[in-house]
Every structure is written in C-alpha cells, then in structure tokens.
Design a protein around this ligand. Sequence first.
Ligand code: KIV
Length: 271
Amino acid sequence: MSVHTEAKKVTTHTLEKMKEKGEKISMITAYDFSFARIFDAAGIDVILVGDSASNVMAGHETTLPITLDQMIYHASSVIRGVNRSLVVVDMPFGSYQSNSKEALVSAFRIMKETGAHAVKLEGGEEVLESVKRIIAAGVPVMGHLGLTPQSIYKFGTYTVRAKEEAEADKLRKDAKLLEEAGCFAIVLEKIPATLAKEVSESLHIPTIGIGAGKYCDGQVLVMHDMLGINTEFKPRFLRQYLNLNESITNAVHQYIKDVKSTDFPNENEQY
Ligand code: KIV
C-alpha cells in the first residue's frame, strides 16, 4: 500500500464551497515554474498566470502587447510547478475580442498547450457570447470587471472605476450576466469597497478583489508587487510583504564584492 498522500487539489467547486463556508480565497500571480512551485507548496488556493506578465516580465507599460504564444509559454511553465493550486490563465488582448469563435479557439489553445485549469477574460456584456461559448465547450471561465487593464486606452487612467452610478450599475448587471453565463468566479479590480460588498453579496459565485476592499470572497495580488520586487508601484491597496528588491540588491552587491576580492570561490567551493 502506498503511503504517499497527494494534496487535495483546488477546483472551481472548491472555490464555490469556500464562499458558502465564508472561507476567503487566496490568489497570486505567477509566470514561471520556480515561483509557481513555491506558491503552490505554500498553500495558495489559486495561481493566476496574469497578462501582467507583459508589465512585470517583459517590461511593457501596458498589458496589451503580450501575445497568446507568450501567455502559453508562461502558463505551461507555471503548470509544471503546481500540484494543488487551481491555475487560471489570462486570455491576452486581441485573442478573444473579435468574435466568439476566435475566443473559443484561443481558449482551446490555452487548455491544450498548457494543461491549465481555467481561463480569465476581461469585460461583461461585450464578451458574454464568447464567455458562454467557452463555458459550453467545457472550459471554466473567470470574469474580470472594474478596472480592466486591457481597456486602459479607453479609460485613460488607472484610477478607481465605477464611482459614478451609471458605471456602478453596469458593473452590477455585468456581474449578474457573467454569473448566469456560468463563470465560476469574478475578479473585481479597483472599485469602491461598498460596491464590491454589494456585488459579492448578490452573487453565488466568489468575487476575488484587487483594490476592491475586504468584503470580496478572496484577494489577488501581483507577485512582483507583494514581494517588493517592483518598488516603484505603491497604490493604496497594495500590502508589500517583503522587500525582495533590497534583499536581492544586497546579495548581488556582496557577490560582486566577493568576486572582485577573490573571496569567492574559496577552497571548499572548488573541485
Ligand atoms: O494580469 C493580472 O495580473 C491580473 C490581476 C491584476 C487580477 O489580471
């Protein structure tokens, strides 16, 4: 008899049950094997292969330039490091907005070529047909409302969304439509906490907030921001748990010093 016990995998149903029980959902972004392995082993519920890879991995100003091939590369690296967490992959800008057939083909590519468990796409009513078609094909979909970075040139700024009643009302309706379409969760980005509370309470599926306050059913942060790799980005909603930038800089300074002084490598560090 095998004594090996495998960790219980997180599924979309697990998240639904967590909401029912009032247990908060933890989600973090990852883009490569090594970090995904650490986050999975640490017990994170959901890993998002975010199109924020465009910013934090490739150095672009927006999420728009990242391609489907590049997202597939990141997601398949992440999957190789994961045993337990649910892995959700962002559908990048231009891979689903033209029509629902294009959306379905892109979702198929992500699922077949990465082994990920679900996709995420931004928007409400505008992308509803695509959401329905992807779900009908058996692919779980996470929605994303509020500040949707792929529409940054429409918004003009990264400020808080849905402060005005008309936009808040559209968001309420979009959240309901996404739930009715069969989404298993919705990210709410940078909206007032009171609105996020109202939306979270009105839905059976969980909401995952980023800059949307404490009443969401879960929270997500970009790993580079919460680990302090990216130190210039300091929005109010961000809690920085580490200053990795400083730790890495100090370690590299020490390494340079040791190489220059011939302290490294020493007798025990050679063959
Ligand atoms: O791409 C991303 O990292 C995201 C999160 C900010 C939710 O979509």
